[in-house]
Design a protein. Structure first.
Length: 402
């Protein structure tokens, strides 16, 4: 054998050794890889499964040989993956990546990330090479993250709805507070008006009535001083009568402002006194009935009831054209109510109430409202009038008008 032949044989032997070592190294890499490798035919049958198949899918590699790779794929995923595989068959040397669920030997589903390369025309491979890895943990984490995100989003929406509702409620409270402040301001303004009206009335009484009596008394005393002693007695008698008239007028004026017995004796005795005085002055009989009135009430309540009765009876005397009127007073643990009813000429409620201050109705209404109560008026021409006030015996919380 010549040297050339020997050299050729040595070269071929060296090449075979290199190829053998390369194949051994490649096989070692495949067999020790954590990722799995499958070789598939064009119809999807498995011709090779790397040893890592056992750690990923629970199958020994030989158990999957000749099986169709799509047989263990999740039925919801295979309709999406098979068209991709068929597309890959038309593209030699190209690679496609997909994620799907694959059944583990224990029956559970595992998520796989696969990369398939079409090497069917490669004479050394002649298969579709599929590299895959288990991404179940990652998928579970993504699902948990998505659920957490959805829960957070739901909580944000719920909290946003709560804030919107709270904001709406706050706006309503602000609106209600502004309305209450406006009503309080209106009532305060009305109170000032009433006070000024009362002051003008008192001033007029003092000037017109008391002033006239005092002026007459002064003139009588001046004239009496000039009379001879034997005729002075008649002058003193006239002055004495003027003083009595003045005392009576001042007493009546004081009673109109506020009867002292309302503070000393309470509501019922004061009403009985007022009814007797009212009948003697107007000749209108008062039919009075009461129920549940025991003991004393707060000064504000007693004053309000008395003033409402006083004002209503004044209206009866001025407008109703009747000979009698009925007054009912009753109480329970929560409210005290009073009703003044006559069978007189009546009036148009809408037009009178629209006037705002006619017939003292506004004053009665405001007295009731300031104590958390309400005033109800029923009247029509020819059908009489019924005024009912209901005042709370509890802490006032609302102001109502009917």
């Amino acid at each position: 054998m010549d040297d050339q032949i020997i050299k050729t044989l040595l070269i071929e032997e060296s090449a075979e050794e290199t190829l053998r070592k390369s194949e051994e190294r490649f096989r070692a890499l495949i067999e020790r890889s954590y990722d799995g490798v499958l070789l598939l035919t064009s119809t999807g049958e498995i011709t090779y499964a790397s040893p890592s198949t056992h750690s990923i899918l629970g199958h020994q590699g030989d158990e999957l040989i000749i099986q169709n790779a799509f047989a263990l794929m999740h039925p919801e995923d295979s309709p999406k993956i098979i068209p991709k595989f068929q597309l890959l068959l038309t593209r030699p040397e190209e690679t496609l990546t997909a994620e799907f669920r694959y059944q583990h030997k224990n029956g559970y589903w595992r998520w796989l990330e696969c990369t398939g390369t079409n090497l069917l025309e490669n004479q050394s491979v002649q298969a579709v090479v599929v590299n895959y890895r288990d991404i179940t943990e990652r998928k579970n984490n993504e699902e948990a993250l998505m659920q957490a995100h959805n829960k957070l989003e739901q909580r944000v929406q719920e909290r946003t709805a709560e804030l919107v509702a709270a904001n709406s409620s706050l706006r309503e409270q602000i609106t209600e507070r502004k309305r209450a402040e406006a009503e309080l301001q209106r009532l305060s303004h009305r109170l000032v008006e009433v006070q000024e009206h009362e002051r003008r009335s008192i001033a007029r009484e003092l000037h017109d009535e008391v002033g006239q009596i005092l002026t007459g008394l002064k003139m009588t005393l001046e004239l009496t001083r000039r009379l001879p002693p034997e005729t002075a007695n008649s002058g003193f008698e006239q002055a004495h009568q003027q003083v009595n008239d003045l005392l009576t007028h001042v007493r009546n004026l004081s009673l109109e402002l506020r009867p002292a017995m309302l503070d000393d004796l309470g509501l019922l005795p004061t009403l009985f006194w007022h009814f007797d005085r009212y009948t003697s002055q107007t000749e209108i009989q008062v039919n009075f009935k009461q129920a549940g009135i025991e003991g004393r009430y707060s000064p504000e309540l007693e004053t309000a009831i008395y003033r409402i009765v006083q004002e209503a009876l004044t209206n009866v005397a001025r407008h109703s054209q009747v000979n009698e009127v009925t007054v009912l007073l009753w109480a329970n643990p929560e409210t005290i109510s009073v009703q003044i009813e006559d069978q007189g000429v009546g009036f148009k409620k809408e037009s009178v109430m629209a006037a705002g201050h006619s017939n003292g109705l506004t004053g009665m209404r405001e007295r009731a409202a300031l104590l958390g109560g309400k005033l109800m008026i029923e009247s029509s021409p020819g059908s009489g009038t019924c005024v009912t006030a209901e005042l709370s015996l509890l802490k006032p919380t609302t102001q109502q008008t009917t």
